[in-house]
Design a binder for this molecule. Structure first.
Ligand code: SAM
Length: 341
């Protein structure tokens, strides 16, 4: 039936909520892996590479005693990285109840995980909530301001509507101190759109996606991306930069709706919320740049993602290295001068 403007708005809000729930349910349902299961993963080296990228970002931009806000913290996979950076306080928030439960277990040092370890040296607050819907400045009024905010592999879930993308940036901006740092890693829209237009297609996954989607999908043995039919003309320029949805499948990791984040639009929007860009780099560029520094080569060697300090993908499979190319990292700084104290 034809609906009024009001109905359309309501329907859009409802479907946005349904997708946010889909994402939350997907991550909630993912159980903790044993060390053996993790090592047997077809993307183990990609996971290690991504951990290296996050560690480098954290080491570059965190100072001893910092107050940290981890948006979409998941199961707390970065807690150890923050501990190594000797932070003073940590707030983690995630929409997936199951992930926050696992994060609490990990923080409390319960023996469910890869290793028993000593307690973390910083106090933490762990919350379940939708970071792109709730006004976090109200919820976290007593915890702010933060010195650094991290949003790893999750900011693209805010790009389903303009309101959510704005809420994400408004939340981070309101909670960071002047001069505070916002770090993140998310899909690289330029790479994804380029691959879609080139029609990069590996037939090994053909059974996983219907033949009808050929031309709207691409991938290899570890991932595939499929756009909705409505984007079949691939003319993203004329459509809204928000709500460009695709389905992302990464072996042993992700299977959910995601949204394109056109980086230039993101940067412009971030400027409205008082952020200036420090840098943005695709993961390949990031590896080449930071593998020039001995301390990060050593970190890579310990994590075991790449071979002994080589700047190539000697232990990552070619397909994992291609999947790494789908991501980029960014660093933004909140305008203003920090207090002298
Ligand atoms: N940041 C963690 C890491 O790097 O290990 C988890 C990354 S995981 C790929 C993406 C996370 O984003 C999931 O834990 C998911 O529940 C969370 N997420 C997605 N949408 C969210 C939202 N609206 N609010 C809070 N968390 C969200």
């Amino acid at each position: 039936r034809p609906h009024t403007q009001g109905d359309a708005q309501f329907l859009e809000d409802e479907s946005t909520k349904i997708f946010a729930r889909k994402v939350a349910d997907h991550y909630s349902a993912r159980s903790n892996q044993t060390l053996e299961e993790r090592e047997a993963s077809p993307i183990i080296h990609l996971k290690k590479l991504n951990n290296w990228i996050k560690s480098v970002l954290i080491q570059l931009y965190t100072r001893r005693g910092d107050a940290v806000l981890d948006l979409a913290c998941g199961k707390g996979g970065d807690l150890i990285k923050w501990d190594k950076a000797k932070i003073g306080y940590y707030v983690g928030i995630d929409i997936a109840e199951g992930s926050i439960k696992d994060c609490r277990t990990r923080y409390n040092g319960d023996a469910d995980h890869h290793q028993r370890r000593k307690k973390f040296s910083f106090p933490a607050r762990l919350l379940c909530g939708d970071c792109y819907e709730i006004r976090l400045d109200k919820v976290l009024a007593d915890d702010a301001p933060f010195d650094i905010c991290s949003c790893q592999f999750a900011l693209h879930y805010s790009w389903s509507t303009e309101a959510r993308a704005r809420r994400a940036l408004a939340n981070v901006s309101a909670l960071l101190r002047p001069g505070g740092i916002f770090i993140g890693t998310m899909p690289d829209a330029n790479v994804i759109i380029k691959k879609l237009r080139q029609g990069c297609w590996c037939p090994t996954n053909l059974s996983a996606i219907t033949v009808l989607t050929e031309g709207l999908a691409f991938g290899n043995s570890v991932y595939w991306i499929r756009f909705d039919e409505e984007f079949s003309d691939k003319k993203f320029k004329s459509s809204s930069p928000f709500g460009i949805k695709y389905t992302f499948h990464l072996e042993d990791a992700v299977d959910c709706p995601e949204w394109i984040v056109p980086f230039q639009v993101f940067q412009k929007l971030a400027e409205e919320y008082d952020f200036e860009l420090v840098f943005a780099k695709n993961s390949h560029e990031f590896v080449h740049e930071y593998m020039k520094k001995p301390e990060f080569v050593e970190l890579m060697r310990r994590l075991g993602a790449l071979g002994d300090g080589n700047q190539d993908q000697s232990t990552l499979s070619a397909d994992e290295w291609e999947a790494a190319y789908l991501y980029m990292s960014f660093v933004l700084r909140k305008r203003g001068q920090p207090d002298k104290t």
